[in-house]
Design a binder for this molecule. Structure first.
Ligand code: DAH
Length: 347
Protein backbone atom coordinates (compact mmCIF):
# COMPACT_ATOMS: atom_id res chain seq x y z
CA UNK A 1 0.00 0.00 0.00
CA UNK A 2 2.83 2.39 0.85
CA UNK A 3 4.57 1.69 -2.46
CA UNK A 4 1.31 2.19 -4.39
CA UNK A 5 0.60 5.47 -2.60
CA UNK A 6 4.13 6.83 -3.07
CA UNK A 7 3.98 5.98 -6.77
CA UNK A 8 0.57 7.66 -7.21
CA UNK A 9 1.66 10.79 -5.32
CA UNK A 10 4.84 10.95 -7.41
CA UNK A 11 2.82 10.62 -10.62
CA UNK A 12 0.59 13.57 -9.73
CA UNK A 13 1.88 16.71 -11.51
CA UNK A 14 -0.58 19.26 -10.13
CA UNK A 15 -2.08 19.86 -6.70
CA UNK A 16 -5.44 18.96 -8.21
CA UNK A 17 -4.17 15.53 -9.38
CA UNK A 18 -2.57 15.09 -5.97
CA UNK A 19 -5.90 15.79 -4.26
CA UNK A 20 -7.44 12.89 -6.25
CA UNK A 21 -4.52 10.58 -5.42
CA UNK A 22 -4.82 11.55 -1.78
CA UNK A 23 -8.47 10.45 -1.76
CA UNK A 24 -7.55 7.11 -3.30
CA UNK A 25 -4.54 6.29 -1.11
CA UNK A 26 -5.09 8.14 2.19
CA UNK A 27 -8.83 8.91 2.16
CA UNK A 28 -11.60 7.34 4.24
CA UNK A 29 -12.11 4.44 1.83
CA UNK A 30 -8.48 3.94 0.86
CA UNK A 31 -6.95 0.45 1.39
CA UNK A 32 -4.94 1.68 4.35
CA UNK A 33 -8.03 3.15 6.04
CA UNK A 34 -9.93 -0.10 5.48
CA UNK A 35 -6.99 -2.07 6.89
CA UNK A 36 -6.96 0.18 9.92
CA UNK A 37 -10.63 -0.41 10.51
CA UNK A 38 -10.05 -4.21 10.17
CA UNK A 39 -7.79 -4.23 13.22
CA UNK A 40 -10.82 -4.29 15.52
CA UNK A 41 -11.97 -7.61 14.09
CA UNK A 42 -8.64 -9.39 14.68
CA UNK A 43 -7.79 -11.75 17.44
CA UNK A 44 -6.31 -9.86 20.39
CA UNK A 45 -2.83 -11.32 20.01
CA UNK A 46 -2.66 -10.35 16.32
CA UNK A 47 -3.88 -6.79 16.91
CA UNK A 48 -0.69 -5.49 18.42
CA UNK A 49 1.55 -6.52 15.52
CA UNK A 50 -0.94 -5.50 12.83
CA UNK A 51 -1.66 -2.20 14.62
CA UNK A 52 2.03 -1.29 14.68
CA UNK A 53 2.54 -2.24 11.02
CA UNK A 54 -0.53 -0.41 9.77
CA UNK A 55 0.30 2.65 11.90
CA UNK A 56 3.81 2.79 10.43
CA UNK A 57 2.39 2.41 6.90
CA UNK A 58 -0.13 5.27 7.46
CA UNK A 59 2.63 7.48 8.78
CA UNK A 60 4.78 6.71 5.71
CA UNK A 61 1.86 7.48 3.35
CA UNK A 62 1.05 10.77 5.12
CA UNK A 63 4.71 11.80 5.10
CA UNK A 64 4.99 11.05 1.35
CA UNK A 65 1.81 13.05 0.77
CA UNK A 66 3.07 16.06 2.75
CA UNK A 67 6.37 16.05 0.85
CA UNK A 68 4.62 15.93 -2.53
CA UNK A 69 2.14 18.67 -1.51
CA UNK A 70 5.06 20.93 -0.60
CA UNK A 71 6.85 20.18 -3.89
CA UNK A 72 3.83 20.83 -6.10
CA UNK A 73 2.80 23.98 -4.25
CA UNK A 74 6.28 25.39 -4.71
CA UNK A 75 6.21 24.61 -8.45
CA UNK A 76 2.80 26.19 -8.85
CA UNK A 77 3.79 29.30 -6.88
CA UNK A 78 6.82 29.79 -9.12
CA UNK A 79 4.64 29.47 -12.23
CA UNK A 80 2.15 31.99 -10.86
CA UNK A 81 4.86 34.50 -9.95
CA UNK A 82 6.27 34.19 -13.44
CA UNK A 83 2.86 34.67 -15.05
CA UNK A 84 1.97 37.72 -12.99
CA UNK A 85 5.36 39.40 -13.20
CA UNK A 86 5.29 43.09 -14.22
CA UNK A 87 8.12 44.37 -16.37
CA UNK A 88 9.17 47.50 -14.53
CA UNK A 89 11.42 48.53 -17.40
CA UNK A 90 8.58 49.00 -19.90
CA UNK A 91 7.93 52.68 -20.73
CA UNK A 92 4.66 53.97 -19.25
CA UNK A 93 2.33 56.71 -20.45
CA UNK A 94 2.54 59.45 -17.81
CA UNK A 95 -0.72 61.28 -17.16
CA UNK A 96 0.40 64.90 -16.91
CA UNK A 97 -0.94 66.84 -13.92
CA UNK A 98 -2.85 70.01 -14.65
CA UNK A 99 -2.02 73.50 -13.45
CA UNK A 100 -4.13 76.58 -12.83
CA UNK A 101 -4.02 79.10 -15.64
CA UNK A 102 -1.91 82.10 -14.52
CA UNK A 103 -4.97 84.36 -14.96
CA UNK A 104 -7.10 82.12 -12.76
CA UNK A 105 -4.36 81.99 -10.14
CA UNK A 106 -4.08 85.78 -10.12
CA UNK A 107 -7.87 86.20 -9.93
CA UNK A 108 -7.83 84.00 -6.83
CA UNK A 109 -4.99 85.97 -5.29
CA UNK A 110 -6.58 89.38 -5.94
CA UNK A 111 -10.05 88.24 -4.88
CA UNK A 112 -8.60 86.90 -1.62
CA UNK A 113 -7.29 90.36 -0.73
CA UNK A 114 -10.82 91.77 -1.02
CA UNK A 115 -12.61 88.85 0.61
CA UNK A 116 -10.29 89.34 3.59
CA UNK A 117 -11.69 92.90 3.87
CA UNK A 118 -15.28 91.65 3.77
CA UNK A 119 -15.96 92.36 0.11
CA UNK A 120 -17.94 89.88 -1.94
CA UNK A 121 -17.29 88.29 -5.34
CA UNK A 122 -19.87 88.99 -8.03
CA UNK A 123 -20.03 87.63 -11.56
CA UNK A 124 -21.94 88.68 -14.65
CA UNK A 125 -22.60 87.17 -18.08
CA UNK A 126 -20.15 87.65 -20.94
CA UNK A 127 -22.99 88.10 -23.45
CA UNK A 128 -24.47 91.26 -22.00
CA UNK A 129 -27.23 93.78 -22.61
CA UNK A 130 -26.00 96.90 -24.39
CA UNK A 131 -27.85 99.00 -21.81
CA UNK A 132 -25.85 97.48 -18.92
CA UNK A 133 -22.52 97.63 -20.73
CA UNK A 134 -22.97 101.22 -22.00
CA UNK A 135 -26.15 103.28 -21.42
CA UNK A 136 -26.56 102.64 -17.70
CA UNK A 137 -22.91 103.54 -17.23
CA UNK A 138 -23.49 106.96 -18.78
CA UNK A 139 -21.97 106.24 -22.18
CA UNK A 140 -23.75 108.55 -24.65
CA UNK A 141 -25.26 106.94 -27.77
CA UNK A 142 -22.42 108.29 -29.92
CA UNK A 143 -19.55 107.28 -27.59
CA UNK A 144 -16.67 105.94 -29.73
CA UNK A 145 -16.33 102.79 -27.63
CA UNK A 146 -19.68 101.59 -28.93
CA UNK A 147 -18.58 101.57 -32.55
CA UNK A 148 -18.47 98.23 -34.29
CA UNK A 149 -14.71 98.34 -34.65
CA UNK A 150 -14.35 97.92 -30.87
CA UNK A 151 -17.49 96.18 -29.78
CA UNK A 152 -18.61 92.71 -30.82
CA UNK A 153 -22.38 93.01 -31.18
CA UNK A 154 -24.53 89.90 -31.26
CA UNK A 155 -27.20 89.05 -33.81
CA UNK A 156 -29.98 89.96 -34.16
CA UNK A 157 -29.20 93.68 -33.75
CA UNK A 158 -32.67 94.48 -32.42
CA UNK A 159 -31.85 92.43 -29.28
CA UNK A 160 -29.16 95.00 -28.37
CA UNK A 161 -26.83 92.37 -26.98
CA UNK A 162 -23.04 92.36 -27.17
CA UNK A 163 -19.98 90.61 -25.79
CA UNK A 164 -19.20 92.82 -22.81
CA UNK A 165 -16.28 95.15 -23.49
CA UNK A 166 -15.55 95.67 -19.79
CA UNK A 167 -16.47 94.12 -16.44
CA UNK A 168 -18.14 97.42 -15.46
CA UNK A 169 -21.70 96.19 -16.32
CA UNK A 170 -21.38 94.02 -13.22
CA UNK A 171 -21.41 97.32 -11.27
CA UNK A 172 -24.93 98.06 -12.48
CA UNK A 173 -26.07 94.45 -12.08
CA UNK A 174 -24.98 94.30 -8.45
CA UNK A 175 -26.39 97.76 -7.65
CA UNK A 176 -29.74 96.53 -8.99
CA UNK A 177 -29.72 93.07 -7.37
CA UNK A 178 -27.84 93.63 -4.11
CA UNK A 179 -28.55 97.27 -3.34
CA UNK A 180 -26.44 99.37 -0.98
CA UNK A 181 -24.21 99.36 0.99
CA UNK A 182 -22.21 97.35 -1.50
CA UNK A 183 -18.63 96.09 -1.62
CA UNK A 184 -17.92 93.77 -4.57
CA UNK A 185 -15.13 92.70 -6.87
CA UNK A 186 -15.83 90.97 -10.14
CA UNK A 187 -13.16 89.05 -12.04
CA UNK A 188 -13.95 88.07 -15.60
CA UNK A 189 -13.45 87.92 -19.35
CA UNK A 190 -14.06 90.90 -21.65
CA UNK A 191 -14.19 91.09 -25.45
CA UNK A 192 -13.11 93.63 -28.01
CA UNK A 193 -12.59 93.42 -31.76
CA UNK A 194 -8.80 93.62 -31.38
CA UNK A 195 -5.98 92.03 -33.31
CA UNK A 196 -4.48 88.82 -31.97
CA UNK A 197 -0.81 89.65 -31.43
CA UNK A 198 1.86 89.81 -28.73
CA UNK A 199 0.22 92.77 -26.96
CA UNK A 200 -3.49 92.38 -27.87
CA UNK A 201 -6.05 89.65 -27.41
CA UNK A 202 -9.69 89.88 -28.52
CA UNK A 203 -10.54 88.23 -25.18
CA UNK A 204 -8.82 89.49 -22.06
CA UNK A 205 -9.46 89.81 -18.35
CA UNK A 206 -10.34 92.53 -15.89
CA UNK A 207 -10.93 92.76 -12.18
CA UNK A 208 -13.71 95.24 -11.43
CA UNK A 209 -14.28 96.71 -7.99
CA UNK A 210 -17.18 98.74 -6.65
CA UNK A 211 -17.85 100.11 -3.18
CA UNK A 212 -20.97 102.17 -2.40
CA UNK A 213 -21.73 103.32 1.11
CA UNK A 214 -22.35 106.49 3.11
CA UNK A 215 -19.51 108.96 2.75
CA UNK A 216 -17.14 107.07 0.45
CA UNK A 217 -14.79 109.10 -1.73
CA UNK A 218 -11.44 109.41 -3.46
CA UNK A 219 -9.42 108.87 -0.27
CA UNK A 220 -11.10 105.50 0.29
CA UNK A 221 -10.33 104.56 -3.31
CA UNK A 222 -6.67 105.47 -2.91
CA UNK A 223 -6.39 103.59 0.40
CA UNK A 224 -8.01 100.49 -1.10
CA UNK A 225 -5.72 100.48 -4.13
CA UNK A 226 -2.62 100.97 -1.97
CA UNK A 227 -3.70 98.07 0.20
CA UNK A 228 -4.17 95.85 -2.86
CA UNK A 229 -0.79 96.90 -4.25
CA UNK A 230 0.97 96.13 -0.97
CA UNK A 231 -0.83 92.83 -0.44
CA UNK A 232 0.23 91.70 -3.89
CA UNK A 233 3.62 93.30 -4.41
CA UNK A 234 5.00 93.87 -0.93
CA UNK A 235 4.93 96.49 1.80
CA UNK A 236 5.73 100.01 0.67
CA UNK A 237 4.50 99.69 -2.93
CA UNK A 238 2.01 102.46 -3.65
CA UNK A 239 -0.32 103.59 -6.40
CA UNK A 240 -0.54 106.89 -8.22
CA UNK A 241 -3.64 108.48 -9.76
CA UNK A 242 -3.51 110.51 -12.98
CA UNK A 243 -6.54 112.53 -14.14
CA UNK A 244 -8.50 110.79 -16.85
CA UNK A 245 -12.04 110.46 -18.20
CA UNK A 246 -14.56 107.63 -17.83
CA UNK A 247 -18.29 108.27 -18.33
CA UNK A 248 -19.23 106.33 -15.19
CA UNK A 249 -16.83 107.99 -12.75
CA UNK A 250 -16.38 111.64 -11.81
CA UNK A 251 -13.65 112.51 -11.09
CA UNK A 252 -11.89 109.72 -12.98
CA UNK A 253 -8.28 108.65 -12.90
CA UNK A 254 -5.87 106.21 -14.40
CA UNK A 255 -4.00 104.35 -11.71
CA UNK A 256 -0.36 103.45 -11.89
CA UNK A 257 1.41 100.94 -9.70
CA UNK A 258 4.74 101.94 -8.24
CA UNK A 259 7.37 99.59 -9.69
CA UNK A 260 7.71 96.74 -7.21
CA UNK A 261 11.14 95.82 -8.57
CA UNK A 262 13.11 99.11 -8.63
CA UNK A 263 10.75 101.32 -6.55
CA UNK A 264 11.54 104.13 -8.97
CA UNK A 265 15.31 103.92 -8.53
CA UNK A 266 15.83 103.19 -12.24
CA UNK A 267 14.32 106.53 -13.28
CA UNK A 268 17.04 108.69 -14.87
CA UNK A 269 19.63 106.13 -13.82
CA UNK A 270 21.07 104.41 -16.93
CA UNK A 271 23.41 102.38 -14.69
CA UNK A 272 20.44 100.53 -13.22
CA UNK A 273 17.81 100.00 -15.93
CA UNK A 274 14.59 98.23 -14.88
CA UNK A 275 12.92 95.80 -17.26
CA UNK A 276 9.66 95.66 -15.32
CA UNK A 277 8.74 99.37 -15.52
CA UNK A 278 11.02 100.16 -18.48
CA UNK A 279 12.80 102.55 -16.12
CA UNK A 280 9.66 104.68 -15.75
CA UNK A 281 9.15 103.91 -12.05
CA UNK A 282 5.41 103.36 -12.56
CA UNK A 283 3.33 100.75 -14.37
CA UNK A 284 -0.12 101.47 -15.83
CA UNK A 285 -2.62 99.30 -14.00
CA UNK A 286 -6.16 100.38 -14.82
CA UNK A 287 -8.92 102.96 -14.47
CA UNK A 288 -10.80 104.20 -11.44
CA UNK A 289 -12.74 107.02 -9.92
CA UNK A 290 -15.61 108.21 -7.77
CA UNK A 291 -18.85 106.66 -9.06
CA UNK A 292 -20.74 109.16 -11.18
CA UNK A 293 -24.00 109.98 -9.35
CA UNK A 294 -25.83 109.39 -12.65
CA UNK A 295 -24.89 105.70 -12.41
CA UNK A 296 -26.23 105.42 -8.87
CA UNK A 297 -29.36 107.31 -9.88
CA UNK A 298 -29.91 104.90 -12.80
CA UNK A 299 -30.01 102.13 -10.19
CA UNK A 300 -32.50 104.10 -8.08
CA UNK A 301 -30.04 104.91 -5.30
CA UNK A 302 -30.35 108.13 -3.31
CA UNK A 303 -27.22 110.07 -4.20
CA UNK A 304 -27.70 112.50 -1.32
CA UNK A 305 -26.94 109.65 1.05
CA UNK A 306 -24.75 107.23 -0.89
CA UNK A 307 -21.55 107.63 -2.85
CA UNK A 308 -18.89 105.22 -3.97
CA UNK A 309 -15.71 104.47 -5.82
CA UNK A 310 -14.87 101.99 -8.54
CA UNK A 311 -11.85 100.60 -10.32
CA UNK A 312 -11.04 98.15 -13.08
CA UNK A 313 -7.67 96.70 -13.89
CA UNK A 314 -6.22 94.59 -16.64
CA UNK A 315 -5.32 91.21 -15.25
CA UNK A 316 -3.45 89.89 -18.32
CA UNK A 317 -1.20 92.95 -18.10
CA UNK A 318 -0.64 92.26 -14.42
CA UNK A 319 0.56 88.71 -15.13
CA UNK A 320 2.79 90.11 -17.88
CA UNK A 321 4.70 92.60 -15.79
CA UNK A 322 4.63 90.51 -12.65
CA UNK A 323 5.95 87.34 -14.27
CA UNK A 324 7.93 88.86 -17.07
CA UNK A 325 5.70 87.24 -19.70
CA UNK A 326 6.28 89.04 -22.96
CA UNK A 327 3.77 87.54 -25.41
CA UNK A 328 0.03 87.63 -24.65
CA UNK A 329 -0.57 84.80 -27.13
CA UNK A 330 0.98 82.41 -24.59
CA UNK A 331 -2.07 83.13 -22.42
CA UNK A 332 -4.45 81.80 -25.05
CA UNK A 333 -2.58 78.86 -26.49
CA UNK A 334 -3.08 76.48 -23.59
CA UNK A 335 0.42 75.04 -23.30
CA UNK A 336 0.58 73.53 -19.81
CA UNK A 337 4.31 74.31 -19.61
CA UNK A 338 3.51 78.03 -19.69
CA UNK A 339 1.09 77.72 -16.78
CA UNK A 340 3.51 75.51 -14.81
CA UNK A 341 6.35 77.95 -15.31
CA UNK A 342 4.30 80.85 -13.97
CA UNK A 343 2.25 79.30 -11.18
CA UNK A 344 3.74 75.85 -10.70
CA UNK A 345 1.88 72.58 -11.20
CA UNK A 346 -1.27 72.10 -9.11
CA UNK A 347 0.08 68.96 -7.49
N1 DAH B 1 -14.08 99.73 -17.64
C1 DAH B 1 -12.87 100.51 -17.86
C2 DAH B 1 -12.13 99.94 -19.07
O1 DAH B 1 -12.44 98.88 -19.50
C3 DAH B 1 -11.97 100.44 -16.66
C4 DAH B 1 -12.54 101.18 -15.49
C5 DAH B 1 -12.31 102.52 -15.34
C6 DAH B 1 -13.32 100.51 -14.56
C7 DAH B 1 -12.81 103.21 -14.28
C8 DAH B 1 -13.83 101.19 -13.46
C9 DAH B 1 -13.56 102.55 -13.34
O2 DAH B 1 -14.56 100.61 -12.54
O3 DAH B 1 -14.07 103.21 -12.27
O4 DAH B 1 -11.27 100.60 -19.58
Amino acid sequence: MVAEAVRAFGAATTTEELRVAKGEHAGENSPIALANRGIGKMAPQERKVAGAEIGAARAAINAALATRVAELEAVELQARLKDEAVDMTLPVVLQPQGALHPITALFHEMSDVFVAMGWEIEEGPEAEAEWLNFDSLNFTPDHPARFLSDTLFLDPPEDHKLMRTQTSPVQMRSLLTRGVPLYIVSPGKVYRADEYDATHLPVFHQLEGLAVDKGLGMADLKGTLDHLAQAMFGAGVNTRLRPHYFPFTEPSAEMDLECFVCHGESVGNPERPCRTCKSEGWIEWGGCGVVNPRVLAAAGIDTDIYSGFAFGMGVDRTVMFRNDASDLRDFAEGDIRFARQLVGGAR
